[in-house]
Design a protein around this ligand. Structure first.
Ligand SMILES: [Cu+2]
Length: 106
């Protein structure tokens, strides 16, 4: 399982939310959040990431991340994939994000 991170900014003056992420390079992408309790960490899928007007959110190790499900064979750490972010407002954003192998550890 591979993981990817990105910084997402809502530069409009309307509240928005990230609701879907996809890429031709993988079968599916889930938005996960790493939840740490005590010494152990686990991941939960999140349905949406709220983006109030003018705010930004960083997908980073130990927090929100993109879980790449069913990657192509040649998808390895160190490469990048084109990812489409779809927002509640209907807007879409294409971004090239680096792939990190098994970085879902908390
Ligand atoms: Cu995950």
């Amino acid at each position: 399982m591979s993981v990817a991170y990105a910084d997402i900014k809502n530069s409009s003056d309307e509240d928005d939310a990230l609701i879907r992420v996809s890429s031709d390079a993988v079968r599916a992408i889930e938005i996960h959040e790493t939840v740490t309790s005590g010494n152990s960490g686990s991941m939960v899928e999140v349905e949406r990431v709220d983006l109030p007007a003018g705010s930004s959110v960083s997908l980073k190790p130990g927090g929100l991340h993109l879980m790449l499900i069913g990657p192509r064979d040649d998808l390895v750490a160190g490469t990048s994939i084109d990812v489409r972010f779809v927002f509640e407002s209907g807007s879409e954003m294409d971004m090239r994000v680096p792939v990190i192998d098994r970085a879902d550890r908390p």
